[in-house]
Each structure stands twice: as structure tokens, then as C-alpha cells.
Design a protein around this ligand. Structure first.
Ligand code: SAM
Length: 280
């Protein structure tokens, strides 16, 4: 039997082709807001570039990395993720960008960054968007963020305050109904277990603060962010962007017929946490 990290890496690699397209409307705004907050704590741009070194921990196919590099093309950045397929898509999305310093990528489990040879006190900033609740042991991932940050460095973490099935369930139902009607739902394309089928550990603000303080962080700040999403085919495992675009109008019609325009399931409650590693 495969382990959870193996299953998770397979799942995310197989979603990599269409992941950013599916999620940018939902996860882009809170990710950008988290970066702005980090920038106000420790500017990405005003210190000489060599002093700024950012880790995007669980970077996926680049939603946060690309937002940051678009604003600061010369910022030095390492993007890590459990799923090599996600990093591959990020490279294909960013390689052609003019004027950007190259983005380093490395496959790594956030719980064991030392296994990917990430040394203590390496980064000025660590950003981690929508990743820690997929870890077996989120506090371990947070401790690793603390370890790899330089003294005085800052961290920004985006999480969900409620388990995702709150909104994924109707979405998944519609997707399955839609694909089976179309004769297109091929279970072989999702033969591994989705990480969403594992218990997801979400943290409310009190628990999140406790976890950060326990890891050693200070100046912990928490902010709620309500995100909205458009009905789309988020569970279309293995389908390419063009295929999804072609199917989307019919899917949307079906989704809206069942759940309606202003359905509360189209909201996601997000928690943005920032903190600092003590100077000494
Ligand atoms: C919802 S995506 C978020 C990606 C990106 N940060 C974003 O905001 O779009 C979750 C990502 O976390 C990665 N992931 C899951 N468990 C991980 C772990 N233990 N270590 C590192 N990455 C992990 C997945 O491979 C996936 O790319």
C-alpha cells in the first residue's frame, strides 16, 4: 500500500496540468494578500537582492511564486513541493519569463526539509499557501519553516479554517454527474486516493496561534479572508485546460441549476497567518 505522501504526490502531479487554471480565481487573491503582508513586515525589494531569499513551501504549480516574481522579477526564490509534476508545470509556466532571475525548484516534503538538504537559517521569508493541512503532521512542517528561516525572518501561511468538503462535496457531485452523463468520467484517471479523502487537519485561529508559538515564532498575526469561487471543474483529474474550458459552460449550467448563483458553498473561509522568528 502506498503511503500518504506517495498518494498525495501522485494526486497533485496528475492535477498539475490544470491546477492553476482551476484555482487561481479562488486562491490567487488570498495568496497575493499574504505576500503584501509579508512585504510590509520585511520588504521583498528594498534590501539588496542577495539578502532576500524566499522559500515557497508547497509551491505547487506556481500561483504564489508567480505573483511574487511578477512584482519582484529579481527576487531569489526556491520553490519546493512534494509533487514533482507540480514543479514541472511551474517551470514550463515561468522559464520563458523575461528579466526574471531563475526560480530554483526542488522536490521536498515540507515535514522533512532537511532531507532535501535545506540548512538551518537559510531564508529571509517563507511563504506557504494552502499546503500545511495536507501534511501528516502540520506542526512538524511549521517547525521546519522555523528552522530554515534566518533569525528575524518572516513566515506567511494560508490555511482553511474549515475542512474543504464543505464546498467540495456539491462540486464533486456535479462533476461526477456531469462526466458520467458525458460518458467521460473515467475512474482509472483517479485510481489513487485523493488527499482530500484523508482526514484534513484544519486549525482555527486559536489553534493556529498555539502551533506557531510552540514552534518558536513571535509577533503572530492572524487575519480572516473570505474567498469566493466560480463553479468550475475542480475535480477534473487528468483533464487539460482546453478540455475543461470546452466543458465548462455545460458544467456551469448544471451546477447553477442545482446550487444557485448565490449559494453559500461558493465561499471559502481562509486564515492568513504571519509571524517572525526572533532575532536571537
Ligand atoms: C492546494 S495546493 C497549493 C499550491 C500552491 N501553494 C498554491 O497556492 O496554489 C497544495 C500543494 O501542496 C503540496 N503538498 C501536499 N503535501 C505536501 C507536503 N507534505 N510537503 C510539500 N508539499 C506538499 C501538493 O503537492 C500541492 O502542490
Amino acid at each position: 500500500m502506498s503511503s500518504q505522501p506517495e498518494n498525495s504526490a501522485k494526486y497533485w502531479s496528475s492535477h498539475a496540468g490544470s491546477y492553476s487554471f482551476q484555482t487561481k480565481g479562488l486562491l490567487g487573491p488570498p495568496g497575493a494578500s499574504l505576500l503584501e503582508e509579508l512585504d510590509s513586515l520585511l520588504p521583498f525589494g528594498s534590501t539588496p537582492d542577495s539578502e532576500v531569499y524566499v522559500l515557497d513551501d508547497g509551491a505547487g504549480s506556481g500561483n504564489t511564486t508567480i505573483t511574487l516574481k511578477t512584482k519582484y522579477p529579481r527576487v531569489r526564490l526556491l520553490a519546493t513541493d512534494l509533487a514533482p509534476g507540480m514543479l514541472e508545470i511551474m517551470r514550463s509556466r515561468t522559464d520563458k519569463e523575461q528579466g526574471w532571475t531563475p526560480i530554483e525548484t526542488r522536490a521536498a516534503n515540507a515535514e522533512n526539509l532537511h532531507e532535501a538538504s535545506l540548512a538551518d537559517a537559510t531564508f529571509s521569508h517563507v511563504v506557504s499557501a494552502f499546503m500545511i493541512y495536507f501534511c501528516d503532521n502540520p506542526p512538524k512542517a511549521v517547525s521546519e519553516m522555523f528552522r530554515v528561516l534566518r533569525p528575524g525572518g518572516v513566515v506567511g501561511i494560508a490555511t482553511l479554517t474549515e475542512p474543504s468538503p464543505n464546498w467540495r462535496l456539491p462540486w464533486q457531485k456535479t462533476v461526477r454527474h456531469f462526466f458520467s452523463q458525458e460518458g467521460r468520467y473515467d475512474l482509472k484517471r483517479v485510481e489513487y486516493e485523493s488527499p482530500y479523502s484523508f482526514p484534513m487537519v484544519t486549525y482555527d485561529p486559536t489553534q493556529m496561534r498555539e502551533m506557531m508559538v510552540k514552534a518558536g515564532f513571535q509577533d503572530v498575526t492572524l487575519r480572516n479572508f473570505d474567498a469566493h469561487f466560480e463553479p468550475m471543474t475542480a475535480d477534473a483529474a487528468g483533464f487539460e485546460k482546453e478540455e475543461i474550458e470546452a466543458m465548462e459552460p455545460t458544467f456551469r449550467e448544471q451546477y447553477l441549476a442545482v446550487y444557485g448563483e448565490n449559494n453559500e458553498r461558493q465561499h471559502e473561509k481562509i486564515l492568513l497567518t504571519t509571524a517572525r522568528k526572533p532575532k536571537r
